[in-house]
Design a protein around this ligand. Structure first.
Ligand code: IMP
Ligand code: MG
Length: 173
């Protein structure tokens, strides 16, 4: 069993001001499409996208799920939602919740490249650099964190804790 500790790892205010500064950097790129990897990045995507709003900016969602031993560098990542994706020649901002082994982001970028976008820029809310098994780096990172299992602000433990507005490091109960 797990429980929340007495205080969050990252408060809602800290997230808010970091999302503000990320958005002001990302605005300069003039993206055509935000591509959000469900489900973990839904809250981050909502907050970020409303701050970089432009008339032409579109939003689309894909879903990536790992199967097999997801800790291993060669874990398989199943991607759905690619069919009908119109990103050819487009400037794409790809958003995910967290970079852990790096497997998911690496696989997503590789799969999207087949659709000939003009560019793919990647942004993750959290980065656990010490867990990386795939040589992959995101272009933009919200927060660097230690190797702890975190939930909240979209991130889940077995689909729970997602709706919390803060990021929490789960503790053993
Ligand atoms: P990666 O493929 O190992 O980089 O894992 C990325 C995916 O694993 C993320 O998109 C999350 O869905 C999940 N994940 C990794 N670490 C955590 C965590 O600490 N909390 C919640 N989900 C996590
Ligand atoms: Mg995920």
């Amino acid at each position: 069993m797990y429980k929340l500790p007495s205080a969050p790892l990252i408060t809602a205010q800290e997230i808010n001001s970091r999302v503000d500064s990320l958005a002001s950097e990302l605005k300069a790129f003039d993206f055509d499409v935000i591509l959000s990897a469900l489900t973990g990045s839904y809250m981050f995507t909502a907050d970020l996208s409303r701050r970089i709003a432009t008339p032409k900016l579109r939003i689309a969602f894909i879903k990536a799920s790992s199967y097999g031993e997801s800790d291993k560098p060669n874990a398989n990542v199943h991607i759905s939602g690619l069919e009908g994706l119109d990103i050819k020649g487009k400037r794409v901002l790809l958003i995910d919740d967290i970079l852990d082994t790096g497997n998911t982001m690496y696989s997503l970028v590789k799969a999207l490249a087949d659709y000939s976008p003009a560019s793919i820029t990647t942004c993750v809310l959290l980065n656990k650099e010490s867990r990386r098994t795939v040589n992959y780096h995101a272009d933009f990172v919200g927060f660097e964190i230690e190797d702890k299992f975190v939930v909240g602000y979209g991130l889940d433990y077995a689909n729970t804790y997602r709706t919390y507005p803060e990021v929490w490091a789960l503790e053993e109960a």
